[in-house]
Design a protein around this ligand. Structure first.
Ligand code: FDA
Length: 328
């Protein structure tokens, strides 16, 4: 029988705090597919308030108001219409249509023409050609607005296919880039190839639960990989983006660029909406470019779970508050 959340005793909370990162990640990957947990999260006012910290809005008007506020503060943006893997071509086509509308709206509002999408949201799990056609439709509309399309990277089972589709679309419109995850063993070779091809890369640590056969399990190894991939991108990449909130990694990148006389205008930092706003502002003040990844839409639950997985403190805060509200 399932336990109500307000019955969570103190000891499991302590265990959450002590759990290794990969255990936390595995737990949340599981949780992100749990419909019962999703219903609970949507019901509690505290979790909805916490969702608002990470998700700009459920509708486009609320989101555009957030985007205008970020822009007024000197930040650039990339918009992600939330929605994970779709299992039929009709839903995938509708998801692509939302991106086309979004690109038109960004252009009409004079906002940054920059969007981020997941190929599983475009139908990659249905059929490679469905995803390719939807990506083409979005990239072509982006092209008419002088906009850019970033293809997020998902779990390692899709890395090669994602790179294939990005390369094919890049050859057609030239306005797509991809994401490389520092935790994957294969990433050094991928970065070298993408640099040669002139395809823009966003480097991140990686957010999925991967086996040691494909990804570094230890944080220190992921950090070292992030550092060496960042250096390769700074030296040979095409306007690379460094997507991290890790101050040590950011300091290394700024120092490496300065030592190699690489201008801060030839790369950018990217951070997630709602995370380390203080750091975003400090970087802006220091003359760096910062782009905020702004997710929006009604399908925020799996994204929200990934953000909780990254930081046990977020989960502790949420569980404690739910327990309080459940008692009240
Ligand atoms: P790390 O996890 O070491 O965190 C450093 C510090 O950041 C923490 O100490 C804390 O202060 C703060 N922080 C990090 N996460 C937080 C959170 N959830 N809540 C509060 N504080 C937090 N992944 C992927 O697999 N595919 C992708 O396409 C992308 N795309 C992407 C775009 C952008 C713009 C960003 C910033 C990140 C991604 N990611 C991603 C996610 C990425 O792989 C990674 O999981 C997170 O960025 C967390 O790693 P950090 O590099 O921030 O370091």
């Amino acid at each position: 029988m399932s336990r109500p959340v307000n019955a969570v005793p103190a000891r499991p909370l302590a265990r959450v705090r002590e759990a290794p990162a990969h255990v936390m990640r595995a737990g949340f990957v599981w949780a992100s597919h749990e419909e019962r947990l999703e219903r609970l999260t949507r019901r509690f006012p505290i979790s909805r308030r916490m969702v608002q910290r990470f998700v700009a809005g459920e509708d486009i008007d609320t989101t555009m108001a957030v985007v205008a506020g970020l822009r007024a503060g000197g930040l650039k943006t990339t918009l992600d219409v939330l929605g994970e893997s779709v299992t039929d071509a009709t839903t995938a086509k509708a998801a692509a249509a939302r991106y086309v509308e979004l690109l038109d709206r960004l252009a009409a509002d004079g906002a940054d023409g920059n969007v981020s999408l997941k190929l599983t949201g475009m139908g990659l799990a249905v059929d490679r050609e469905v995803a390719a056609a939807n990506l083409a439709r979005i990239a072509e509309r982006a092209s008419t607005h002088g906009a850019f399309v970033r293809v997020d990277m998902e779990d390692s089972a899709r890395t090669a296919l994602t790179l294939d589709l990005v390369r094919a679309q890049f050859a057609q419109t030239g306005n797509v880039g991809v994401v490389i995850q520092a935790y994957l063993h294969r990433s050094a070779a991928d970065v070298a190839a993408l640099n040669r091809e002139g395809i823009r890369v966003r480097l991140c640590k990686g957010a999925y639960n991967e086996p040691a056969s494909v990804a570094f399990p230890a944080k220190a190894d992921v950090d070292a990989s992030f550092r060496s991939l960042a250096e390769a991108l700074l030296l040979d990449g095409q306007y690379p983006a460094f997507a991290t909130h890790d101050e040590a990694r950011i300091r290394e990148i700024v120092a490496f660029a300065a030592n190699h006389r690489i201008s801060p205008t030839s790369y950018e930092f990217q951070m997630l909406y709602g995370i380390r706003r203080d750091l975003q502002e400090r970087l802006l003040a220091a003359g760096q470019t910062v782009r905020v990844y702004v997710p929006w839409g009604t399908e925020w639950y799996p994204y929200f779970m990934r953000r909780l997985a990254e930081r046990p403190a977020n989960l502790l805060f949420l569980l404690r508050s739910m327990a309080r509200e459940g008692r009240g």
